[in-house]
Each structure stands twice: as structure tokens, then as C-alpha cells.
Design a protein. Structure first.
Length: 170
């Protein structure tokens, strides 16, 4: 299993994520609606808004998955935030980075993964809107474009000011 690297701008990335005051917040319909729509549109069992914190990936919304977080070192999304395009693994069992990952060998038995980076307005990739399925598959170009578009909607919701909220700098 290949552990995801940290981006060179990791400190700013984490600071940006924390300034949004979204980590460890309750479920919200505005995100749950997007993950349900993604799961239905792409016909996958799982769709997640995953935010990559220092040592974990935390799920703001998860359609089809009961977990609230997993360690960052086994995350697929930790790899996806290292690039600016959709990160696709058609069959995790055939990929040397993931074939022995506990998320592949155990639940949720990931075979297919596609993660569109959630790029904040300052350019930091904070997490992903990701698709997961226990069956391998390919995405067509229009599907990759749609996943990217949906990820931009997630970011718009994340960056929308919440009335009365005050950012706390850590």
C-alpha cells in the first residue's frame, strides 16, 4: 500500500480547511443532496464529500457509507488532493498503490474510485467529492466533467458565509 504524500503547501491547506469551520459539524442537507445526486447520476454505491485533515479524512457527507472518517494514510482522497484533475482508479485490485489497502481488501471493498478535488478559492485542495463502488468501471469524458462540476458546487457551499459564524484562527 502506498501512503499518500503531503502537498508542499500542507500548512496553508490545513489552515484554509480549518478556517471554513466545517470539520466535525453535523450533517447538512446542502451537502447530502449533492452526494445523493452524485451516487444516483453515476450509479455508484457510495458518494462522499471527504475533507482531508492533518491525520484523517473526515466525511462531511456520505451517501451509502456509514463511516464518519478514516485515517489519512489509507485514504484514496489523500492521493486525489495532490492533483488538480479528477483522480480515477478503475480497478483498485490492479493498482499497485491500492491492491493491499484495507479499504480494498476489507469494507467497503473499493474497486472503483474517482475523486474530484475540492479546490478552495485560494487554490488549496481541501478534499474531494468522490465516487466509490465495489465493481470496477471506467468514466467517460462527460462523466469526469460532471464530477468536476459537482465538486465546484460543493466548494461553493463550503465557502458560502454562514450568518453569525466567526472564523477562529488556530
Amino acid at each position: 500500500m502506498q501512503v499518500p504524500a503531503f502537498p508542499p503547501d500542507e500548512a496553508l491547506r490545513v489552515e484554509t480547511l480549518r478556517e471554513l469551520l466545517i470539520l466535525d459539524t453535523p450533517p447538512e442537507a446542502r451537502f447530502d443532496n449533492l452526494t445523493r445526486a452524485a451516487a444516483a447520476f453515476f450509479r455508484v454505491q457510495i458518494a462522499v464529500v471527504s475533507l482531508i485533515d492533518t491525520n484523517r479524512q473526515w466525511f462531511k457527507s456520505a451517501c451509502g457509507l456509514g463511516a464518519k472518517e478514516t485515517p489519512r494514510d489509507i485514504s484514496f482522497c489523500g492521493h486525489a488532493i495532490l492533483q488538480d484533475r479528477v483522480f480515477v482508479i478503475e480497478d483498485a485490485l490492479l493498482d499497485e498503490r491500492f491492491f493491499d489497502n484495507p479499504l480494498v481488501t476489507g469494507e467497503p471493498k473499493i474497486r472503483f474510485y474517482a475523486g474530484a478535488p475540492l479546490k478552495a478559492s485560494n487554490g488549496m485542495n481541501l478534499g474531494t467529492l468522490c465516487l466509490i463502488d465495489p465493481a470496477s468501471r471506467k468514466l467517460q469524458d462527460f462523466e469526469i466533467e460532471m464530477l468536476s462540476d459537482m465538486a465546484r458546487l460543493v466548494v461553493q457551499e463550503m465557502e458560502m458565509p454562514i450568518p453569525g459564524a466567526v472564523a477562529v484562527h488556530v
